[in-house]
Design a protein around this ligand. Structure first.
Ligand code: 0GY
Length: 302
């Protein structure tokens, strides 16, 4: 742990010794949602952060990648680093081309800053609307950023809770780039996957062909706990209905979990329950993330 920062008293650190999954990932699989934290002494956490995590370095992320059998990562800027993307960019630069990034930016970032992020491997920005993580801004703020990044060929990742889908519908449906929704828009898994609440989210995807979805975070959405039976119907429904617009990731190092810390190997074993055929698995884990993050190689993705 860093000298400069003390992790929150109730912080759950990531699993110290994850198991090797039983499910063998297809060659070229991408962990399309994960983070790095610090290390705080090298890459300080942002003053405006809402939590102080444990350190979780790029080297530790890549060791997990290799243990689980992934080939590549998409490192998503975590809110504890605000718009200071240095830890994420460091991870991209350490990856030897095997990681892409999703940044947090402000509308006043210079062209040079954006060009440097692109050169490092950033291919998207994240707009976060979850109030326990950030202080969300008016729509105009996000429109200004969207205008800045659209010409770079980047996409926009949005993280929101169900109520935000109604409140921000006009924003979410007017963004000029592909839009990737984190964690299925955080459905309430006590409600049926084929009920009206989740139907609203499915309609959002149905009506907008540029909207993608990460069928991620059973450990975050579950009420039942491992092996996350209560999340399967939601993730499977989205994966089967939109097989070319889904992504999967570990969410390592799993910020802000309060109940339990998952064994990342067991999380990978969740994948065949939501993508039961080799074809669905290949799209979810290889073809789709390659198309979004490594389009120049995508045609060759095996
Ligand atoms: C996630 C989810 C969370 C945190 C963050 O950037 C973040 O701080 O994304 C959360 O607490 O729900 O995707 O890692």
């Amino acid at each position: 742990m860093s000298q400069a920062f003390t992790m929150d008293a109730d912080w759950l650190p990531f699993h110290p010794d994850p198991s090797r999954p039983h499910f063998i990932l297809p060659p070229g699989a991408v962990d399309a949602h994960c983070h790095v934290f610090g290390p705080g002494d090298e890459f300080p956490f942002a003053p405006e952060r809402k939590y102080t995590p444990c350190d979780a370095s790029a080297a530790q992320l890549f060791a997990l990648r290799d243990l689980l059998g992934f080939s590549r990562n998409v490192v998503v800027q975590a809110t504890c680093h605000g718009a200071d993307n240095r830890a994420m960019v460091h991870a991209l630069r350490q990856s030897g081309g095997r990681a892409r990034g999703v940044a947090t930016i402000r509308p006043d970032f210079s062209e040079e800053m954006l060009a440097e992020l692109h050169e490092a491997g950033v291919r998207g920005v994240r707009f976060n609307f979850v109030k326990r993580l950030v202080d969300p801004k008016p729509d105009a703020h996000y429109h200004r950023i969207a205008e800045r990044i659209a010409s770079l060929g980047w996409h926009i990742v949005i993280y929101f809770e169900p109520a935000d889908l109604e409140e921000r519908w006009d924003l979410f449906t007017s963004l000029p780039t592909p839009v990737v929704v984190d964690h299925m828009g955080r459905p309430d898994v006590r409600l049926p996957a084929d009920g009206p609440a989740f139907a609203r989210f499915l309609h959002f995807m149905e009506a907008h062909e540029t909207v993608w979805c990460k069928v991620t975070c059973p450990e975050r959405l579950t009420l039942a706990g491992p092996p996350y039976d209560d999340v399967v119907p939601f993730a499977r429904l989205v994966t089967e209905r939109f097989p070319d617009r889904v992504l999967w990731g570990t969410d390592w190092p799993h910020p802000n979990l309060k109940g339990h810390m998952p064994d990342d190997g067991a999380l990978v074993d969740f994948i065949p329950r939501i993508a039961p055929t080799p074809d669905l698995q290949h799209r979810l884990l290889v073809a789709n993330p390659m198309r979004l993050y490594w389009p120049e190689e995508s045609a060759h993705a095996g």
